[in-house]
Design a protein around this ligand. Structure first.
Ligand SMILES: C[S@@+](CC[C@H](N)C(=O)[O-])C[C@H]1O[C@@H](n2cnc3c(N)ncnc32)[C@H](O)[C@@H]1O
Length: 273
């Protein structure tokens, strides 16, 4: 992964920003709440939300720290930043956003009480370097809260297989955001420790995510990072791939026609000594 990869990811998220987290699926906001419950923000704290996207963490964090606190969201997608800045203004939220790389944030040392990063660290070329820079911007005693994915829902394996033939070797890492460093609680915990953090704890929770029907899942997958897999499919194969996904999801339908994904999410907390 190179700097160009980072820009490519940012451009991918630019294309998702319009519908991101806006299709009636309880996903990013639900997991952001879970992260915030664990991070224990208190009024007056200075919070950095890394890879803030459309503000799933940022807006509730701003409410928790109140008028005496502050929340800064950073993201490398200009479209995410622009839309979230507009929402901040419209909602009069006590938060701000800035276009910045998560791996090397250009922020002063020891300037935050809490750093939260929800579903972003696995997009970075060097996650440990990112964790080191996150350690640097936290004050001594400052807290880190990171969400990553746990094991995939085995019932959905066939859907993932549909996309695999279209993923070129240089993008194989995108199929492995649960591999390597992220494959186990222990492995990721060690990575966090190697970046200088102490008191690392991790908890995995499985949460059912409901889609009204298989087509709803397809629409939703275009609205977030999985869009990349659709964009790798040649134009003339798109309909066939869509039909293949629908066919794999059909047997998973619940009596009400919905499909449910059992999403495992890992919450990792640590602090700067
Ligand atoms: C899966 S989204 C998560 C957004 C938000 N935290 C949430 O929970 O809804 C990942 C976000 O990370 C951002 N991102 C990816 N690579 C980045 C980088 N190198 N620097 C900053 N942001 C990045 C994307 O633009 C996107 O907004």
């Amino acid at each position: 992964m190179t700097t160009d990869t980072r820009q490519a990811m940012a451009l991918l998220f630019d294309r998702t920003a319009k519908t991101y987290d806006a299709l009636g699926v309880d996903f990013f906001s639900v997991f952001a709440r879970e992260l915030l419950d664990r991070a224990g923000l208190v009024p007056g704290e200075r919070v950095l939300d890394v890879g803030c996207g459309r503000g799933a963490v940022l807006f509730p964090a701003a409410e928790l720290v109140g008028a005496d606190g502050s929340v800064l969201g950073i993201d490398l997608s200009a479209e995410m930043i622009e839309r979230t800045a507009k929402d901040i203004e419209d909602r009069g939220a006590n938060a701000s956003v800035s276009l910045m790389d998560a791996q090397e944030p250009t922020l002063p040392d020891a300037s935050f009480d809490v750093l939260l990063a929800s579903f972003v660290v696995f997009f970075l070329p060097d996650p440990v370097a990112a964790l080191r820079s996150w350690h640097r911007v936290l004050r001594p005693g400052g807290r880190l809260g990171v969400t990553t994915f746990g094991a995939d829902d085995p019932r959905w394996a066939a859907v993932r297989e549909v996309f695999k033939p279209f993923v070129p070797p240089e993008l194989a890492w995108t199929l492995a955001i649960r591999a390597g460093l992220f494959s186990s609680v222990e492995g990721f915990g060690q990575a966090v420790e190697s970046a200088g953090f102490t008191g690392v704890t991790s908890e995995e929770r499985v949460c059912p995510v409901k889609f009204a029907d298989p087509g709803h899942w397809i629409d939703w997958s275009w609205s977030q990072g999985q869009r990349m897999f659709w964009e790798l499919v040649p134009e003339d194969r798109l309909d066939a791939v869509r039909q293949a996904v629908l066919a794999e999801l059909e047997p998973l339908r619940e009596p009400d026609g919905s499909v449910v994904l059992a999403q495992t999410v890992r919450y990792t907390l640590a602090h700067r000594a």
